[in-house]
Design a protein around this ligand. Structure first.
Ligand code: SF4
Length: 335
């Protein structure tokens, strides 16, 4: 089903300018934008992936990753096709680097069907827009999120954060939690590795934090590309500035994928950055790597164990509502 896109302007000679993300693509009649899922037909911009779902899974919320938002609960997770970034190391390239010439196996599912499914699943708190980049699925995500809210379901967005401020402002009231992938802390990295830019992503993080929405940050550490300790320190400093010591940060181990042949992140590199981040942030976690303690939540005041996470289970043992049972310290966690 084609759906006329939100956020575009008509130009001369049936061209349009898409204003959804900071690429601001100018798209001539018959052409698509950088994301390949927004196409100009006779001067009207259409979303090509509206109601097209490449994946529908019930995931533990920890998998998003979100560690401080209803730990131990499930989330109905949806993906579509397309992305506005071009990361050489993309971990989901089969759906994100969409080729419109190819046939894709997708299910056409309306927001109403998804909401019914979300309500049926046991221990499920709502819907996550994830897997590929949900920003380029904006119309479907917004419509589903608005309807889901009316059914008292939570909405979660897992995103690269590369979106313009106006569409973000329209979406924000309906989204309960975000995980934003902060890929690096230099413009060079964003330009060379993703064909986008850092500043709009930082603006997104600031806007979400200022709106006091739940936000967690993921940073995938890639050897030689974004593992410089000085740059990492600057990133941590900026995160503290934006959201304080309670910023929740997931440091993730990279594995070669898509066009990248760089070897996986050495364990020591990840641990060094993790140990540095922990000195400045209260909640830092390790991803894609086995760790005895790197997935648990500890009280920043008394050091007591609050939440244990393994690949098999999440156990909340040290919290009473959102306070440490040992010292009564308030923890930024939704239960
Ligand atoms: S959403 Fe797609 S078409 Fe629109 S500006 Fe971004 S990359 Fe271009």
């Amino acid at each position: 089903m084609l759906r006329e896109a939100l956020y575009y302007k008509k130009l001369q000679n049936q061209s349009v300018r898409c204003t959804l993300c900071p690429h601001d693509c100018i798209i001539n009649n018959g052409k698509s934008g950088i994301c390949k899922v927004r196409k100009n037909k006779d001067g009207i911009l259409y979303s090509l992936n509206y109601e097209k779902l490449s994946a529908v899974h019930i995931d533990p919320i920890e998998k998003k990753p979100l560690y401080h938002f209803y730990p131990g609960k499930n989330i109905l997770s949806l993906g579509s096709l397309g992305c506005n970034l071009k990361c050489n190391y993309c971990q989901n390239s089969h759906i994100s680097q969409f080729n419109p010439e190819k046939e894709y196996s997708v299910n056409n599912l309306s927001p109403e069907i998804i909401i019914k499914e979300a309500e049926r699943i046991r221990n499920n708190i709502g819907i996550a827009y994830t897997y590929n980049e949900p920003i380029v699925w904006y119309e479907y995500m917004l419509e589903t999120a608005i309807k889901a809210k009316k059914h008292h379901l939570k909405n979660i967005v897992v995103s690269n954060g590369f979106i313009n401020s106006e569409p973000l402002a329209e979406l924000l009231p309906y989204i309960d939690a975000f995980n934003i992938d902060l890929k690096a802390f230099t413009e060079d990295f964003y330009t060379e590795q993703t064909k986008s830019s850092l500043q709009p992503v930082l603006n997104t993080v600031k806007t979400i934090a200022a709106a006091e929405k739940h936000i967690e940050i993921t940073n995938l550490i890639i050897p030689g590309l974004n593992d410089d300790s000085n740059t990492f320190k600057k990133m941590i400093k900026e995160l503290v500035k934006i959201n304080g010591r309670n910023t929740i940060l997931h440091l993730s181990r990279y594995f070669p994928a898509y066009k990248s042949e760089i070897h996986r992140t050495p364990k020591d590199t990840l641990l060094n950055l993790y140990n540095y981040a922990k000195k400045h942030l209260n909640f830092v976690y390790l991803g894609n790597i086995k760790s005895e303690t790197g997935n648990n939540t500890y009280c920043p005041n008394c050091g007591g164990l609050l939440i244990t996470r393994t690949s098999a289970f999440t156990r909340i043992s040290g919290l009473s509502e959102n306070r440490c049972i040992n010292c009564n310290h308030k923890i930024p966690v939704e239960l």
